[in-house]
Design a protein around this ligand. Sequence first.
Ligand code: ATP
Length: 905
Amino acid sequence: MDQAPYDPPKSSTPQPALTPMMAQYFEIKAINPGYLLFYRMGDFYELFFEDAEIASAALGIVLTKRGKHLGEDIGMCGVPIHAAQDYLRKLINLGHRVALCEQVEDPAEAKKRGSKSVVKRDVVRLITPGTLTEDDHLDARSSNFLVALAMVHHGETDFALAWADVSTGETFCLDLTAELLQDELARIDPVELLLTEATRQALVERHLLPPSLVPVLSPIAPAFFDSEAAMPRLREAFPGDSFDPSALTRSSRAALGALVGYVHESQKGGAVALRPPASENAPEHLAIDQATRASLELHQTQRGQARGSLRHAIDLTVTAPGSRLLSARLAAPLCNAADINGRLDAVALLVDDTMLTGRLRSDLKAVPDLARALTRLALDRGGPRDLAAIGKAVSAASALSGHFRPLADIPPTLGTIAQTLAAAPLPLASELTLALDDEVPLLARDGGFVRKGYDATLDSERALASETREVVAALQARLIDETEVRSLKIRHNGVLGYFVEVPAAHGGRLLEEPHRQTFIHRQTLANAMRFTTAELAELEGRIARAHEAALELELKIFARLRAHVLEQTDSLRQLADALAELDVTAALAHLAATRNYARPEIDNSLAFAIAGGRHPVVEDMVQAEGHSFVANDADLSGSDAIGGGRLWLVTGPNMGGKSTFLRQNALIAILAQMGSFVPASSAHIGVVDRVFSRVGASDDIAHGRSTFMVEMVETAAILNRATRRSLVILDEIGRGTATFDGLSIAWAAVEALHETTGCRALFATHFHELTSLQKTLSRVYNVTMKVREWEGEVVFLHEVGSGAADRSYGIQVARLAGLPEPVLARARQVLSILEQRSAGSGSSGSVAAVLDDLPLFAHQPPPVTKTADAVHEALDAVRPDEMTPKQAIELIYELKKIRDAARRR
Ligand SMILES: Nc1ncnc2c1ncn2[C@@H]1O[C@H](COP(=O)(O)OP(=O)(O)OP(=O)(O)O)[C@@H](O)[C@H]1O
């Protein structure tokens, strides 16, 4: 860490010698700057000085004092061990980092060195957002990526990223250019981003640091990124032939070295438990930049919520690892038609066989999170529940593979999954089932998890422990006889151990002869007196030894089982992957079957022909309100021969459904390329290399850029980066400035997309003038959202048809939104003058002069009272509770008649 070393609080008074404990505290604190030190004191973790102030404020716990340092009170707060996990989670969520300092010797050992000697303590683990492994701290359905970003000044690429989910061991690395950096960071979505201070500054200077990443930055010392020092570190972390660090570029080696070094340090010398890194290649994925992800609301809505996002709408997985994989696939759809079709083949088989899908999904529901349990065991942080989870997952995998046996013809991707499941190490599962009880504790040290009958020695130790309980009962009966105190009891507590307790009234008798020979007084309470006897003390020793022996045996069994599990790490990881993949495939099949999605046809053409396309999220919302979603076609198909893909100019009223239509087509492309069926009756898509979606700008005040500036920066990014294979969605670009400037920019952007880029594009606009481009640009095609006007009201049909809108119905929408009637009336006046003007001279120069002549609000005609509406009047007269079904049906016919008559008028 590159923060300044911990500096104990200073005072101007002469320094008295530090107590040994304080000296130990400062020493440990100095080696772990930047961390809140959780200092173990018996059954508590205690925090001191500034740490105590920070933690007590963050956790809402009392700040007290413990002794003095240099004449000043030492601030202190503490959390009990049993509740520590909750407090840790809270602190980490608030962005703090914690060093866990344990007692690493028995206090009895310390005492042997002298009464004043301090128990040895050491930091056993550094806890940061990116190094978490406990289920309690993690979101089961989200990956938790720790990312290291290396920047090199010379060499083939500018940057490299290495990232890992420490809780599952998945590890990746990727070389990339500055241009792709933000896109990839948006895809990976780090919880902690390691970089040097110099890199951070360089990113800021080059405008490469999105504000959303600032809270997760974790600056570390440049030494972590030394690509030469990384070599031995990487060889040690990834032993064997499966991975050769010398094959990496210098930048990747630096990033991966930093990642592994940081994880290693956080485990304080413990195992690192990462999988050999999968080298990624950016062009294998459909590129989706941060602005597009946000605008399409892929993983969360623009307000930061999961509900309403595409992921939320399509995630029907039944296991947490399945959900994580689905999210990763959505974040990085594929670009290779053969790979996409491979995934689609697997989904298709399960769509056709709903019985099989149902069985798979119901069996998968009970499968535990194998990857995270395995990692905890590898890090020596796992317990009996993790062993049990692994046994259960292995047995379930083997049972799941049975479902595929009867199938004659099975697509390769599903075939590989089935094979992996069939190869599940069943002997391991049987051993775990034999060894572990049905209900097991979280921690091995709690004991009591080995099944009766598994280990004869353990059983006999346990029998001894329970026999001694009978001996205690017999002793109690004998003591009652001897003392004639009927209410005498032998009890146990953590402080005294076993003791004899009698009501206070009888206590005196035991203090006198002859009983005082036997009973040794321990404690007097308000209404009871406690004693021990030599026999009881001896018995206690025997019981404790039996318990200890049993626990020791159980811990040995645990260690052996853990070792057996870890021997099979590779095959268990493959199994975990296969289970997650099966869950995703079955979930996508279930989605397709229940929501009526179709298999897209994917190839390398420039096709983009969607029939009956729907928006997966808006469709749900519209249906929930009892309406039906109107499906729409889109055809942007092109070819190299005609210079690229088509560009549809979409005009239509506000609220007409333009944005929905635009986005649904981008979402269909993304879903198709992640290997999912799509919400359409048919779809033919030539693989898209990048999707861009920009919706009229939003402010980026944090970055100091105005609405219009953001819009233009983003439009520039599209015009510079889009290729002929890209899909571009532009919604109302140019609206953030004066009309003519906006129109000119939109005009030039359409021309550039058509003439230079040649990509497939949808361009929604309220600049109706743009539609004349259809005459000059061969691949531009005008469509409009249809509306019907009825009794002065506009009815949105949400239907896309060819042609151009002649007006935007903005005033009607404003009326629906509740703008006051005088304002609306004034707006109508202004609009009509403007329309006359533009139809006449076409000059806008005199518009202001004309507007000056218009009467102001004060001179407005009174609001037009609405003419009586026959349908509403008829409805007002209805008393539904008093109607028979027949009358109700007659009423419906009557209402339709009134409505039709009104329309004819
Ligand atoms: N195809 C459809 N079928 C049914 N309802 C739809 C459809 N498309 C849109 N809607 C409904 O219309 C609302 C407005 O749609 P949308 O935001 O796409 O309109 P818009 O034309 O982009 O509006 P503006 O120009 O004001 O931004 C949606 O929230 C949804 O409730």
